[in-house]
Design a protein around this ligand. Structure first.
Ligand code: AP5
Length: 194
């Protein structure tokens, strides 16, 4: 069983690494951003509720986000473990994840903090804006996403640091090099790939 969190600022490479690590460790990658985006694309009730919030680079309310994650973690494939990408992002979400895991008598193994310079991540997101046209990849919204991350999510690092769960990984360089750093850091914590 492997239960991991990937944390880091917008553009740090969480989604990219989550997809690779999910294969490597044989667990589902669960991205709240992807869940919300797919609901927006399909114009579901949830999608209609979150569209404007996401386009502004703000956070979806905790109650809504927590409900979605609780439901997703209750599905059969998450019994073998999971890799959460982009959740929790607020203290309230940390508390909810604690509650969910306590119900199952489980706990997190490691929190991977992907670190990357602001200039680099902004350049990555502007490049993606050109390639994919993601609605929240405009320069103004990227700046707001960075601010929201700094205000609401970076304090979570302290919370998990106090639990001795955080490993810091340099998110700069080639994707494969970043993956190798994460795999090495997890191995040092006793987490072997599948
Ligand atoms: P989310 O989708 O999680 O967006 P984010 O955190 O802003 O992250 P990104 O997807 O932009 O970046 P990433 O770190 O995943 O990097 P990626 O691998 O994509 O959330 C979107 C929104 O949903 C939020 O703003 C909020 O509204 C809502 N939301 C989601 N979760 C929520 C929650 N828990 N609570 C409340 N609201 C929530 O890479 C970025 C780019 O860089 C890509 O083009 C990629 O190809 C490229 N790249 C990646 N790695 C490298 C590398 N090593 N070298 C060069 N390029 C690279």
């Amino acid at each position: 069983m492997t239960r991991l969190l990937l944390v880091g600022p917008p553009g740090a490479g969480k989604g990219t690494q989550a997809a690779i690590l999910a294969e490597t460790f044989g667990v589902p990658a669960i991205s709240t951003g992807d869940i919300f985006r797919s609901n927006v694309a399909n114009e579901t009730l949830l999608g209609l509720q979150v569209k404007a919030i996401m386009e502004a680079g703000e956070y979806v309310p905790d109650a809504l986000t927590n409900e979605i994650v609780a439901d997703r973690l209750s599905q059969a494939d998450a019994r073998v473990g999971f890799l959460l990408d982009g959740y929790p992002r607020t203290i309230d979400q940390v508390n909810e994840l604690d509650r969910i895991l306590a119900t199952d008598n489980t706990a997190l193994d490691v929190v991977v903090l992907l670190e990357a310079d602001t200039d680099v991540v902004v350049a990555r997101l502007l490049k993606r804006a050109n390639e994919q046209g993601r609605a929240d990849d405009t320069e103004e919204v990227i700046r707001n996403r960075m601010d929201v991350y700094a205000e609401q999510t970076s304090p979570l690092i302290d919370v998990y640091d106090k639990r001795h769960l955080v490993v810091r990984v340099d998110g700069l360089g080639a994707v494969a090099d970043v993956t190798a750093r994460i795999v090495d850091a997890l191995a040092a914590r006793g987490l072997a790939s599948a």
